[in-house]
Ligand binder design. Structure first.
Ligand SMILES: CC(C)(COP(=O)(O)OP(=O)(O)OC[C@H]1O[C@@H](n2cnc3c(N)ncnc32)[C@H](O)[C@@H]1OP(=O)(O)O)[C@@H](O)C(=O)NCCC(=O)NCCS
Length: 176
């Protein structure tokens, strides 16, 4: 991976902030009319990828999705509001935070239903990892998220060593 190019200028958190609104339809729900967890994860992945894509200005792949809290059910007919922004950029990876609300369009109220942290890795059109610009954490809140993302990365790395997660090697597929 080419890492010795000129230093990239930092990008502000606002540069990556993304928002998505979805109307929950019967196809998205279980037999009780509640949003399926997997469908919500799909929306979270999409809005998270938008933030990483905007920051990196390159293709991105999801490396991990963690810490998802499903706080309250979402029902058919609800409006789902998803917001994402970059918490921290590392070398080729970026941690993105996603927060999800349900809006009752009739009452004009919102409540928080889910949160998640995801890591995306920037790649070029050949699938090779590429460096990402540093993140400029300006406000106290942005700096807190930046520090927390560093702590989560340390925990993730020590967990990966403990679980002996193999490194991805496309040249050695396992025969079935
Ligand atoms: C994610 C992926 C690119 C990592 O490639 P790799 O060669 O194993 O990479 P490395 O272990 O050298 O790590 C590369 C970077 O990814 C990060 N990373 C790797 N696995 C990670 C994980 N499970 N969670 C968070 N970050 C991870 C590393 O911390 C490192 O970050 P840095 O460059 O900012 O320091 C590779 O595993 C992959 O392509 N996975 C499939 C992605 C995909 O298809 N997602 C959609 C799901 S179907």
């Amino acid at each position: 991976m080419e890492m010795n190019g000129p230093a990239m200028p930092a990008r502000a958190v606002a540069h990556s902030q993304s928002e998505m609104t979805e109307l929950i339809l019967p196809n998205d729900t279980n037999t009780l009319g509640n949003l399926l967890g997997g469908r919500l994860m799909n929306f979270i992945d999409l809005v998270g990828a938008m933030a990483a894509y905007r920051h990196a200005r390159s293709h991105v792949v999801t490396a991990s999705m963690e810490h998802i809290d499903f706080i309250a059910p979402v029902h058919v007919g609800d409006l789902l509001i998803l917001k994402s922004s970059l918490n921290r950029a590392f070398k080729t990876s970026m941690e993105v935070g996603v927060k999800v609300w349900v809006e009752n369009a009739l009452a004009g109220t919102r409540h928080h239903v889910a949160s998640a942290y995801l890591t995306f890795v920037a790649i070029d059109s050949q699938g090779r990892r590429v460096p990402v610009p540093p993140l400029e954490a300006g406000s106290d809140e942005e700096r807190r998220r930046y520090e927390d993302a560093g702590r989560r990365r340390e925990i993730r790395e020590s967990e990966a060593r403990r679980r002996r997660i193999p490194k991805f090697d496309p040249s050695t597929p396992v025969k079935v």
